[in-house]
Design a protein. Structure first.
Length: 89
């Protein structure tokens, strides 16, 4: 397993680069903030909302796709867990 820590702000940031492989990603938002997931144009208006203080979210990221994250206010800590076999960074 590969673990990564990311700091998410109000500027969208790439949390997973494009890959030729399908990847399984486990995402956990640390704290009580909200992080929105999507493509490079993700905002709080169009992103997939993560629940505050929720259990990790499992996502299947298709080949040739990136994953981006943003907050609507402040800074939030995000943890990623990627199985080693899914070519994950």
């Amino acid at each position: 397993m590969i673990s990564q820590a990311k700091t998410i702000t109000t500027t969208a940031s790439r949390i997973m680069a494009e890959s030729t492989s399908v990847r399984t990603i486990y995402i956990h938002v640390i704290g009580a903030g909200t992080v929105y997931l999507g493509d490079a144009t993700v905002t709080s208006d169009n992103g997939l909302l993560t629940e505050k203080n929720a259990v990790p979210l499992e996502l299947i990221l298709p080949a040739h796709e990136e994953l981006w994250a943003v907050t609507d206010t402040g800074t939030e800590s995000l943890r990623l867990l990627i199985p080693s076999l899914s070519n994950g960074s």
